[in-house]
Design a binder for this molecule. Structure first.
Ligand SMILES: Cc1cc2nc3c(=O)[nH]c(=O)nc-3n(C[C@H](O)[C@H](O)[C@H](O)COP(=O)(O)OP(=O)(O)OC[C@H]3O[C@@H](n4cnc5c(N)ncnc54)[C@H](O)[C@@H]3O)c2cc1C
Length: 401
């Protein structure tokens, strides 16, 4: 039976980044993934699944030698972030306010994964098992035996990076707390009348937010964008069943006028759920990314939290190796959980507070929250103390006083 230092189940964005960062520390790592990512070609249409990649995540991807490749393929940089409910309380966050050139880039998930896979393929410490999938695990004090569909391997540490419905988490008997938001989100790729923009925006409405994320390239109409439409499950089901031409017409009625004219190219919908694993590590098994936490996608933080997990894991293991400690001991892995649990919980709770506050029907609450936005805009002290700090936190940068 082949033995590894680490076996990572799931070669998605977070799993692939975890594997690379640990292989770069000199560990022998196996990656088990069901599906191989498709090669890139310029003429391929833009994928529906896109993420707003923060500056901190870009830093990690640069360190893993992937960011340059992703930029060469295609991304759309954004410098401004607009948020509002009522037009008078429109608030804009700007990269300049936190001394940065941009706030992040919108990137297709599959390109992120593909760039990481290029590095996996050329790393001598990495062994790919694909297409393969996890069947069972057997934990002991010395190792974990991992049964896959076509082979059995052993490892000192098993990392579950297998997404929201993690089989690793279930087989390890790690419970979750969470709930269903009773809402769905529809992702819609559109051609836009306006050419590529440097702003991403979100308007809160009583039935849920609508969001605009700019995408790269020129279309027949002008540019491209990804729209996110949050609504009740029933309404999203209805929207999913109508033709692209009908959906285009409903977008024109429902979205704010600043969107301009659009033409729907493609669409897909996802239920919104919140899940948090009760523990991130248990007897040589460790969870990262969506296997450990799923968050309301309101502020586009999901994969960014996953990349923060990767960085924290790399830090604790690197420092254990440097100090001659057993890098897979409970104490070291407990350090990873300590570094990440509070931060993930804070971000999840902040998103929930925003979500709940903006779906509150009371006109008094509505007035209060728009007053809050107005104060953030107009009062210089609040502006620098709250607005810029919140922005720096979301982008993963430290503000210099
Ligand atoms: C509507 C919506 C919008 C979003 N927008 C954003 C955004 O703007 N910014 C952002 O940061 N995040 C966003 N997210 C969240 C983001 O997509 C996730 O956080 C991210 O995909 C998690 O990455 P992951 O690698 O942990 O898991 P996944 O992407 O789910 O990858 C898991 C991998 O494991 C593999 N796998 C699963 N089971 C097995 C098995 N048994 N054996 C082998 N392999 C297996 C799968 O094939 C997959 O490749 C959004 C989510 C939603 C629903």
């Amino acid at each position: 039976m082949e033995n590894f230092d680490c076996v990572v189940i799931g070669g998605g964005m977070v799993g692939a980044a975890s594997a690379l960062s640990l292989a770069n520390l000199g560990l022998r790592v196996a990656v088990v993934e069901q599906f191989k990512p498709k090669e890139f070609a310029k003429e391929q249409p833009l994928d529906l699944r896109v993420s707003a990649i923060s500056l901190a995540s870009q830093h990690l991807l640069t360190q893993l030698n992937c960011w340059q490749q992703i930029k060469q393929w295609r991304t759309c940089q954004y410098k401004r972030l607009g948020v509002w409910e009522l037009p008078y309380a429109y608030t804009e966050f700007n990269a300049k306010d936190i001394a940065q050139e941009h706030l992040g880039d919108i990137v297709e998930n599959r390109l992120l994964q593909l760039a990481l896979w290029q590095e996996l393929n050329s790393n001598q410490n990495i062994f790919l098992y694909c297409p393969e999938s996890l069947v069972d695990i057997e934990q002991s004090t010395d190792n974990v035996i991992v049964t896959l569909s076509n082979s059995t391997i052993a490892t000192k540490l098993l990392i579950g990076a297998d997404g929201a419905n993690s089989k690793v988490r279930q087989l390890a008997g790690i419970g979750i707390t969470g709930w269903d938001y009773q809402q769905s989100a529809m992702l819609i790729n559109v051609e836009t009348e306006f050419s590529q923009q440097d702003i991403t925006w979100q308007q809160f409405t009583p039935s849920g937010p609508v969001a605009f994320l700019p995408l790269p390239g020129q279309s027949e109409l002008g540019g491209y964008a990804s729209l996110v439409w949050y609504h009740s499950k029933a309404e999203i089901k209805r929207l999913a069943s109508i033709s692209n031409a009908q959906l285009t017409s409903e977008i024109h009625q429902y979205f704010p006028k600043r969107l301009g004219k659009v033409k729907v190219i493609d669409k897909a919908s996802f239920p919104l759920t919140r899940r948090h694993a009760n523990s991130y590590q248990h007897k040589r098994i460790l969870l990262v990314g969506d296997a450990a936490h799923t968050i309301n996608p309101l502020a586009g933080q999901g994969v960014n939290l996953g990349f923060k997990d990767v960085k924290a894991l790399q830090n604790v293991i690197a420092s254990a190796i440097a100090n001659g400690q057993s890098w897979h001991s409970d104490t070291v892995l407990g350090g990873y959980e300590k570094a990440r649990r509070h931060d993930n919980l804070l971000m999840m709770s902040t998103m929930d507070a925003l979500y709940t506050s903006f779906s509150h029907p009371s006109s008094l609450v509505k007035f209060a929250r728009n007053l809050g936005f107005l104060a953030i805009n107009k009062l210089p002290l609040i502006n620098t103390q709250i607005k810029n700090r919140a922005l720096a936190y979301a982008c993963g940068v430290t503000l210099t006083e």
